[in-house]
Design a protein around this ligand. Structure first.
Ligand SMILES: Cc1cc2nc3c(=O)[nH]c(=O)nc-3n(C[C@H](O)[C@H](O)[C@H](O)COP(=O)(O)OP(=O)(O)OC[C@H]3O[C@@H](n4cnc5c(N)ncnc54)[C@H](O)[C@@H]3O)c2cc1C
Length: 436
């Protein structure tokens, strides 16, 4: 019986690894010798680390990048590929709590991050299926619809953001689900293939002369008179500067940061091939789609095949990918009953990083630079703040950013294990149900 159920759920080609790794397999690690010295060591080879490495190497710095897994093993090859201008604090709430100046400054930097990543892809000619497909945000309740409309009106007024509110009666032109109460389109946002984007960055970083050491965890950092000595599983290395780009994978090597980021899992599935006609019915304009809940679900077409990609249930404390695939398909069926029997061909998870103040952070602590805490919006923000972190190391005045000016809070009781996440997620879910 269990096998029959599995056959109905999992396609014959099922793998529990990111869909993106099919077109963009993680690079095979070369076993080259570690140099004794470099100018800068970067810990983490996702978007943040590679973006920093690119800026530094092109400025003439001798750069070495380390990753505990194969290059890009973290969230940078596992995410949904939405390219947006997202912050956990809504523009409305920032206007109310911080005033117009600060709210506009913060949101202008989301524009800058978006422009930076899309500009980089264009200038570097990174073939990663980047498309300005626009985003559809689906309202879970009439109250959400009103809130969304007000938020977008304020963004139009203060930021000039282009958007269109879509009433429930016209929703099928954007998204086939009958579950939602209308929504809104933001036409200027985009989507990409995260794995190919990562590999494109990796190639540019290598061409710029930086060395990337995969499967080489950094296990210690000691502060010396003329810089730092890094201990890795391949030996030690002396450097002037260290940059930490470990986001949701931050561990005991950087205990100060570990106490400030809250790692939480996101889960995704890819369906079997659906066919162009069915996809056209589900998302007629091929936009990225998410709902308006606190703990949201997200859905999009794969940019390179006729599959749907679906994510949600973030923060669930399990690494049982198959069990989560089962749950995600249940949620997907409630949203799109017409594909309730669709089988799953990939299921995976990855770690994002929250922060206590829900802002991303870039800064320096005990001489060690860092950029992390993107709260699930790291495609643009990781690329952008990686670049800013590099500019800080280069002491370039263009390093300035509002995300460097905030104190990086922790709680006296937090040591890096987010034992409180189930309660936090349950509260979010309760608020979401109440909002509905
Ligand atoms: C399921 C999911 C969906 C998401 N969807 C989106 C989306 O649609 N849009 C969006 O903007 N964002 C999204 N995100 C968030 C986004 O993927 C991340 O914010 C972004 O990839 C972070 O990039 P990074 O380079 O900072 O960290 P990562 O890519 O996570 O890289 C950190 C790396 O550090 C390495 N590392 C850790 N410790 C050490 C050590 N001691 N030594 C050496 N290496 C170490 C890890 O192995 C890891 O590879 C999503 C995240 C998840 C999990």
């Amino acid at each position: 019986m269990a096998n029959l159920q599995d056959h109905n759920l999992f396609a014959d080609d099922f793998k529990d690894e990111p869909y993106w790794w099919t077109a963009a397999p993680r690079p095979v690690t070369e076993w080259k010798t570690l140099p004794q010295r470099a100018d800068v060591a970067i810990i983490g080879s996702g978007y943040t680390g590679l973006s920093a490495a690119l800026t530094l190497a092109r400025a003439g710095r001798d750069v070495v990048v380390f990753d505990a897994g194969p290059a890009g093993f973290g969230a940078s090859s596992r995410n949904a590929g939405f390219v947006g201008k997202t912050l956990k604090h809504s523009f409305t709430s920032l206007l109310e709590s911080t005033g117009e100046n600060y709210a506009v400054t913060v949101y202008r930097e989301l524009d800058a991050a978006f422009d930076y990543v899309t500009g980089l892809i264009a200038v570097e000619k990174i073939a990663c299926h980047y498309a300005q497909c626009g985003r559809y945000m689906a309202a879970n309740s009439p109250a959400h619809y009103e809130t969304m409309a007000r938020e977008l009106e304020l963004k139009r007024k203060h930021l000039g953001l282009d958007s269109e509110v879509i009433p429930k009666a016209a929703q099928h032109h954007e998204f086939a689900s009958k579950l939602y109460h209308g929504g809104a389109v933001i036409p200027g946002l985009g989507g990409l293939h995260p794995g190919l984007y990562h590999l494109g960055l990796l190639q540019r970083v290598a061409a710029a002369g930086a060395s990337v050491f995969g499967e080489t965890p950094v296990t210690g950092i000691s502060n010396e008179v003329n810089g730092f000595v890094l201990t890795t599983t391949r030996g030690t290395l002396q450097v002037q500067d260290v940059a930490v780009a470990t986001n949701g994978y931050t561990g005991g090597t950087t205990p100060w940061l570990r106490r400030r980021v809250i790692p939480f899992r996101g889960f995704m599935i890819a369906t079997e091939e659906l066919g162009e006609e069915q996809l056209q019915c589900i998302t007629p304009n091929a936009r990225t789609v998410h709902d308006f809940n606190n703990n949201l679900v997200y859905i999009r077409r794969a940019p390179d095949t006729s599959r749907l990609l679906f994510g949600g249930l973030s923060g669930t404390m399990t690494d049982d990918v198959r069990a989560m695939a089962r749950r995600l398909r249940g949620v997907l069926s409630s949203i799109l009953p017409e594909i309730k029997d669709v089988r799953i061909s990939r299921a995976w998870n990855g770690f994002g990083a929250g922060t206590f103040d829900l802002y991303p952070h870039v800064g320096i602590q005990d001489g060690i630079h860092y950029a992390l805490g993107y709260c699930f919006a790291g495609v643009p923000m990781g690329t952008y703040l990686g670049h800013k972190m590099a500019l800080r190391i280069l002491q370039d005045p263009a390093a300035d950013t509002v995300f460097a000016s905030r104190p990086f809070e922790t709680k006296w009781w937090y040591r890096g294990t987010p034992w409180f996440l189930p309660a936090y997620v349950a509260r979010y879910d309760w608020l979401d149900r109440r909002g509905r």
